[in-house]
Design a protein around this ligand. Structure first.
Ligand code: UDP
Length: 489
């Protein structure tokens, strides 16, 4: 039995993609600041990303693990990633480094093979709790072998958790006669939310599909677990958080936004990969702009567009007349000649900044010059936008992004959609430059833009209050830590 004074020790095992690793590292930091010992388990190629994000050159790795004198730092342990065994190129240990999305099944196969090495670490270190992303459906049973409770860290909000559950349970998409005919998500509290079949992945509608089976396994693992951590805050979506717990019977804690654990410039700028722009240059550029005059455009860690779509986006941005920061991923000068309108950067000098590669997103969204965000609605980005108090143009494509779009545009009413309707991992709807321009103008300058922004600012303030000492997320994390402490006696 652990003594009263012995520190609670939590293992965190994030899924190997930026959108899962970054909030999990933020979560580790939150636990650490509450006196909990944390250890993040990852693979060798992902270790540098985690070390940067923690901002701790002295991350303790497996080899020097016996050094446990400094309990206030986040520790890491690595396990080998089975690239060759799963048919992946050497070094591809993160979903955002896959050369093609067609390799995703291999990637998932590799991830399933991490079960045995993780179990070895659990046996060796006997933590008080294992926190995992929902994709590790086997982890709850693995940890249970050693009497260790598992908590699932949900990458989405309570609204999406409830909505997805009801879509899966009641299959409302079966009651419509075409892909474009809207159906209502049944039983959901709050405003009536409609979706179309095109906004839901095939595998959800096809129970026999292997991803459909995985979705089911995720639900089952969640029910078997000690509970669920939701990266969200009560003031924003209390009605859904309550519904998830009281009606859907889940044990859950809303402890976010976790990205707000990055407090100073360095912490915000070091999150994830090395930024492709110096943070001071970025801040200087933003400082030269008036409040709420810049729109930030970024589609997450994996979003990639066709050349024709990039061209429309460039033209739409220019036509909108707004200052902008645009993050373009995976481009090179040769390819750019094919889509970047001639003379674009010269014309946009001082008005628009292209970041090629990785942007210090949290730093940018927190700056007062930024008033709008064109986003793919990944939940981290969406919540970072909410925390930054910005209005959004929503442009979802896959995962839970269509639910997040509804949440922003119809529940919070702090954004407008760009009009895409097609769920797809590789391709989405084409959006014309006129549509992009119009959506940007709507959130930045047209009638109603100010009201929308004021509402967004209020949510931003609520988010900051929630994580402060005594705030709802702060207290929910306390409650979780308390339960974990009681559980080990
Ligand atoms: N991100 C970043 N810089 C970039 C792109 C993404 O810092 O240039 C971060 C972003 O702040 C967020 C995460 O990467 O925390 C992306 O997660 P999200 O859920 O928004 O989307 P995903 O990448 O999983 O589709």
């Amino acid at each position: 039995m652990a003594s009263e004074n012995q520190k609670l020790h939590v293992f965190l095992f994030p899924f190997l993609a930026q959108g899962h690793m970054l909030p999990m590292v933020d979560l580790a930091r939150l636990f650490t600041t509450r006196g909990v010992q944390t250890t993040i388990v990852t693979t060798p190629m992902n270790l540098p990303i985690i070390s940067r994000t923690i901002g701790q050159p002295k991350t303790i790795s497996h080899d020097d693990d016996q050094d446990s004198s400094d309990n206030n730092i986040i520790k890491t342990l690595t396990i080998k990633f089975p690239s060759l065994e799963s048919g992946l190129p050497e070094g591809c240990e993160n979903a955002d480094s896959l050369p093609s999305r067609s390799l995703l099944p291999n990637f998932f196969k590799a991830v399933q093979m991490l079960q045995e090495p993780l179990e070895q670490l659990l046996l060796q270190h006997q933590p008080d709790c294992l926190i995992v992303n929902m994709f590790f459906t086997w982890a709850t049973d693995s940890a249970a072998k050693f009497g260790i409770p598992t908590i699932v860290f949900q990458g989405c909000n309570s609204f999406a958790l409830c909505a997805q559950e009801y879509v899966g349970l009641h299959k409302p998409y079966k009651n419509v006669s075409s892909d474009s005919e809207p159906f209502v998500i049944p039983n959901l509290p709050g405003p009536e939310i409609k979706m179309t079949r095109t906004e839901i992945p095939e595998f959800i509608m096809n129970d026999d599909d292997k991803y459909g089976k995985m979705r089911k396994a995720m639900s089952e693992a969640e029910l078997k677990s000690f509970g669920v951590i939701v990266n969200s805050f009560y003031e924003m979506e209390g009605v859904y958080a309550d519904h998830y717990k009281k009606v859907l019977g889940r044990k859950a804690w809303s402890i976010g936004p976790v990205s707000l654990s990055n407090r100073d410039v360095k912490e915000k700028a070091n999150r994830g990969r090395e930024a492709s722009i110096d943070e001071q240059d970025c801040l200087k550029w933003l400082d030269s702009k008036t409040p709420n005059s810049v729109i930030y455009v970024c589609f997450g860690s994996m979003g990639k567009f066709s050349k024709s779509q990039l061209k429309e986006l460039a033209m739409g941005l220019e036509a909108s007349g707004q200052n902008f920061i645009w993050v373009v991923r995976g481009s090179n000068p040769e390819e750019e000649k094919e889509w970047l309108p001639e003379g674009f950067e010269e014309r946009m000098e001082g008005k628009g900044l292209i970041i090629r590669g990785w942007a210090p997103q949290v730093l940018i969204l927190d700056h007062e010059a930024v008033g709008g965000f064109v986003t793919h609605c990944g939940w981290n980005s969406t919540l970072e936008g909410i925390s930054g108090g910005v209005a959004m143009v929503t442009w979802p494509s896959s995962a839970d992004q269509f639910y997040n779009e509804k949440f922003v545009t119809e529940v919070l009413r702090t954004g407008v959609g760009v009009g895409v309707k097609k769920w797809g991992m590789t391709e989405g709807d084409d959006v014309r430059k006129e549509t992009i321009e119009k959506a940007i103008r709507r959130i930045m300058e047209e009638d109603g833009a100010e009201e929308m922004r004021n509402r967004a600012k209020r949510f931003g303030e609520m988010a900051k209050e929630a994580v402060k000492e005594g705030g709802s997320s702060y207290l929910d994390l306390n409650a979780l830590i308390q339960e974990l402490r009681s559980n080990r006696h």
